[in-house]
Design a protein around this ligand. Sequence first.
Ligand code: ZN
Length: 352
Amino acid sequence: MHFCVVNDTEILCQEPCRVCGELKGIRLAEVEYWDLRRSALVRCPACGHMQLDPMLTEEETAKGCLAYYLEESQRVSPREQERNRIRNFRRGVMFGFTLKRRGIVPARVLELGPGSGYFAAGLQFVFPDARVTVMDVNADVLAFNAGHHGYETIRQIPDKVEEDLIGLFDLVIARDILEHVSDIAAAISNIGRYLVTGGLFHFITPNGREDAWKHILAARLGRQPSELLINHVNYFDGAGLKKLLEEKGFTVLSYYTYTFKFFLRGNGWRKNPKLMSPHSTQRSAGQLIRDHEETSPAFGASKEEILKKWYIRRGAKKITYLYSIYQHCPILRADPGMNIGHEIYGLFRKEI
Ligand SMILES: [Zn+2]
């Protein structure tokens, strides 16, 4: 049986911190990504960023992500998928009105990792003339976004630069993407390059301390590697992420954390075994992919069917907006530098 050594002391990492380049790290936990990779979870003593050490390779990420995508398409019922789509649409509407209130009308929009594409659809509901491009590595995701929404698509990862996109966009969106990116500093640089001067960058990403807590507890209380099926490779420190963005030429328009129920339950601070991540079973990504080889995921209901709701009215968009606020607007907000809350919301402007 394998026991991992977790002693909270500084070690020399296999790879430098992807935010600040520091070589030392504080070892917090040990995780296993499917049957593909065992890595330590380390915290940078200089900038507070937490990352996997060693980082997942591009091939490991692609394989694990495909396995997770297939597993999730099976696990989440069509009804629940539909609900998630309409929720994302409402969040897109809400975000669109946030921009409108600031007098911003985005003409060209790039979304990284669009999922079902419904957040951008909500944004397009507010700005019908906005032209949307989506970037992903998963061909199914791109095919869905092209067929269902008519978006332009590009197959690429955020940390590799796509020369053709440089200087094209006045808005880049990355919702729940930054935590998945191997080279976060490169991804932020690329986003800056895709934007025009004065362009906006919107993201949400988990609060790293809360997200990492299950693995830290598993190491402290369980003393075995914990399971990592979805490739969260970055666990952000709220102040450190802001500093990175500022170093890359962005300024803050809006930056806060929200949803505090998980924090109140103890995530991030309480040593409760119930909050531990499950132990790794080294689940086979290859086997899962082979099992699903014959089945392509169902795309579900049409866009018209999904958006057939009493409050979605092209002639009365304020009603759609008010209903979306009622459903989704977080009332309590905190400074991400406090590292409490479930998710970090960011809206930044590219200055140079
Ligand atoms: Zn660092």
